[in-house]
Design a protein around this ligand. Sequence first.
Ligand code: SF4
Ligand code: SF4
Length: 246
Amino acid sequence: MPIHEKSLIRPENLKTHDKLVLDGVDVSGHWSTFIEPRVVTDYNEKLEDEIAALPGGENIHRCWQCGACTNSCTVNAVNPDFNPRYWIYLIRTGMESELLRDKDIIWQCVSCHKCTYACPRDVLPEGVMKATAHWLELKGHTPKSKSMIFDEEFTEQVFETGKIEEGRVIRRFFAKTGQPLLQDWLLEMVKRVARRLPFKQGLLMGLATLFRPRTRGWAGARAAITEYVEEQQGRQRKALRLEETR
Ligand code: SF4
Ligand code: SF4
């Protein structure tokens, strides 16, 4: 399916002649506009399978290109270059190099799920956007996003203790992303919570920060979860052929 949307034609592919007369007719300037043809040879025939192997991308094959996701998209309303329908088209046709041209805006999806409700084919375009952003990170095309670093920190704690201690998650997330711990919004939030929190609960939270309680009998659950996650990550690495490029 060729790309017909004018907004998707790259400006560098639009050519005009400053001075051109054809059969006596002056077609200088925008009257002589033409689109330079492109020849794409570096298809990644596995691209759709690679995205489908990541969480959220499973239903990408169901897309019939109606455009309802893009029309309803919150981010597209402020940035027309953010176009889920178009990226799904590029993925399904294996046009990896074309997709990579937009690698720095795909992460901008705000997970509002308007597209999820608009899609008549249950593609879950929000999931596809997440899977694509994840794919870009795994393939080394973009650096690890802050949300990915947060997720990893959160998961690491669950694996370790079977519990979450929010203070520790935030401290470690800030440290890993080079952010100062003393931020105005955080201090204000802590002040407000402290003002309303019952003394006993505050004391328990303070103790949890110091002693890091664990869920009783967690070792068995941890082993099962770790085995499952490693199995899934191995499957994803294989689908993305990451071992081959190591
Ligand atoms: S979830 Fe993402 S892709 Fe879907 S409408 Fe919202 S911003 Fe757009
Ligand atoms: S709304 Fe669904 S079927 Fe339509 S283009 Fe978007 S993902 Fe594809």
